[in-house]
Design a protein around this ligand. Structure first.
Ligand code: T5A
Length: 209
């Protein structure tokens, strides 16, 4: 029997509403009769969670270089892919990821200005041909997303970047999402109820395909 396990990813800026989207999509997929494993990036394994702490924390008297941040994101992704995502899918479980490679393309590529050749090389090494079956990109205006993130608690190292950084990151996200036929764009500048309605619609289309 063919293994039809799928990898679904939720992407978006801080405050886009990924956490509640993950909970909703999990429920929808499980209601459709599939067993599901949820992950997050960076993170999802003991070592990748340590990398997450490392990239999110404020370092006193030390600048985190663009190169170090980039390599840490891919190191965490390699751990998660080989130790969690691929084994789960091999056993027939669907996997739902809170962020994946599109985050590196958007934050490191768009936000930090890492060139596409470098990103492609790292993606080829880390993921080879592995790609999500479906991505929900939750679009939010950066100032609104940061306002929501601030309301949720203390900002981490990346969230302390200037607004410009998030504007560039969002521009790259939108370009990537529009070019990807396996990606749906969700407008989150609306009530949570409307956002969830859009998500339900997109997931039902994906499940019916
Ligand atoms: N990163 C990550 C990279 O730079 N490169 C990479 O390759 C990867 C994988 C990870 C950081 O690392 C960076 C990106 C990030 O900076 P994270 O914690 O995983 O950090 O991600 P964040 O985006 O920081 O997580 P947030 O919790 O801020 O975002 P969410 O999950 O999208 O937001 P959520 O759901 O917690 O919502 C935040 C608040 O907004 C409210 C919610 O109730 C909540 O209080 N909210 C709304 N309010 C009104 N209307 C709506 N429509 C709302 N939607 C949510």
């Amino acid at each position: 029997m063919q293994n039809s396990a799928k990898f679904i990813v939720i992407e978006g800026l801080e405050g886009a509403g990924k956490s509640s989207a993950v909970a909703l999509v999990k429920q929808l997929i499980e209601n459709a009769g599939h067993s599901l494993v949820t992950t997050r990036e960076p993170g999802g394994t003991p070592m990748a969670e340590a990398i997450r702490d490392c990239v999110k924390q404020h370092w006193v008297d030390e600048t985190v270089t663009i190169e170090a941040e980039l390599l840490l994101m891919y190191a965490a992704r390699a751990q998660l892919l080989h130790n969690v995502i691929l084994p789960a899918m091999a056993q027939g479980h669907w996997v739902l990821g809170d962020r994946h490679d599109m985050s590196s393309q958007a934050y490191q590529g768009g936000g930090r200005g890492v060139d596409n050749a470098m990103l492609k090389a790292l993606r080829d090494i880390t993921l080879k041909n592995f790609r999500p079956d479906f991505t929900l990109y939750l679009d939010v205006e950066p100032s609104e997303g940061l306002k929501r993130a601030r309301g949720r608690g203390e900002l981490d190292r990346i969230e302390h970047e200037h607004l410009d950084f998030f504007v560039r990151t969002r521009q790259r996200y939108l370009a990537l999402a529009k070019a990807d036929r396996h990606c749906a764009i969700i407008d989150t500048m609306q009530t949570m109820e409307n956002v969830h309605q859009q998500i339900r619609h997109e997931i039902s289309l994906f499940l019916a395909a």
